[in-house]
Write a protein that binds this ligand. Structure first.
Ligand SMILES: [Zn+2]
Ligand SMILES: [Zn+2]
Length: 298
């Protein structure tokens, strides 16, 4: 007998549960790895470079700023396509961020026997701790820095309307979906890399304090991320900071440089659903702690 088991047959007839079916090929996404721990800065400063550079895979790099340089310790993401490179954010305080990024691009170009591709510098949002290196990139050859305005953001990422339009950018064989998620900041954006299944939610969802400046907008944006990810492979949801420790509910105080036992950078869609559910039931904005993050209305 070759008949399908009833449950599998129903699944195929229905055709609606494909995202829940096992994925023996890993979901068809390109694999990579995150480090088990980052050098956050300290216990003695001066031992580690300004920027820790991690290759998630040969075409995606994650840069993290050293806590001894700036306690915010933001993460930057560098996506390589065959024609262009996209950098998200430029860090906090004064660093040599452009030369760190150029080093990665030059090394990639040499490895791929190509000239260094044009660089586009976008942002997760417009707060100071994510844009401090912009001027260095404006002075860099072969580089376009997306201006911190709604118009420039919509134009670069082909977002038809704000905030509920879906945009994208094609880097050459690699499409990144880009859409507005205001609430933490008016210019907050989410980036979804179809190649790796990574969603970068910036400061809107990460293991730490989720500062909410515009509550109704934040609720709507979180719902938008839930709808967007429905039925999609989401390997990691990453953001710009880690403020949570590995101990559930315990975060590091504002200003902490050295975080020897910090939470992993990534979260999954489960935490996005948890956030969405909590917001949906929150009649008035209140501070509320969860295992991996805290909702923090301003
Ligand atoms: Zn922010
Ligand atoms: Zn931030």
């Amino acid at each position: 007998m070759r008949s399908l088991p009833l449950s599998l047959g129903l699944l195929l007839v229905c055709g609606c549960y494909w995202a829940q079916a096992p994925e023996p090929d890993g979901g068809g996404v390109r694999a990579g790895s995150l480090p088990l721990a980052w050098h956050t800065g300290g216990p003695r400063c001066g031992d580690a470079p300004e920027w820790e550079i991690h290759a998630y895979n040969p075409d995606l790099y994650i840069l993290r700023e050293n806590g001894c340089v700036n306690y915010e310790k933001p993460f930057l993401y560098l996506f390589f396509g065959s024609d262009k490179v996209l950098l998200i954010d430029t860090g906090a305080g004064e660093t040599h961020v452009a030369s760190a990024v150029s080093g990665v691009i030059d090394e990639w170009a040499a490895r791929n026997h190509k000239p260094p591709p044009p660089l586009i510098v976008g942002h997760s949002h417009s707060h100071d701790d994510h844009i401090a290196g912009d001027a260095q990139f404006r002075a860099r050859a072969n580089t376009t820095v997306v201006q911190l305005s709604m118009e420039a953001t919509m134009q670069t990422f082909e977002i038809p309307h704000w905030p509920d339009g879906m945009g994208k950018i094609d880097l050459g064989g690699r499409v990144i979906d880009v859409f507005p998620i205001p609430g933490h900041d008016v210019l907050s954006l989410a980036y979804y890399d179809r190649q790796t299944g990574i969603l970068d939610a910036g400061d809107s969802l990460y293991p730490g304090r989720l500062y909410v400046h515009d509550f109704p907008a934040f609720v709507a944006s979180t719902e938008r991320m839930v709808r967007f990810t429905e039925g999609k492979i989401v390997t990691h949801i990453v953001g710009c900071h880690i403020e949570q420790s590995r101990t559930p509910y315990l975060d590091y105080k504002v200003g902490t440089k050295y975080q020897p036992d910090e939470h992993s950078l990534d979260m999954g869609r489960g935490q996005l659903l948890e956030l969405n559910d909590a917001l949906a039931h929150m009649k008035t904005p209140v501070r509320m702690a969860f295992r991996d993050f805290t909702i923090w209305p301003m």
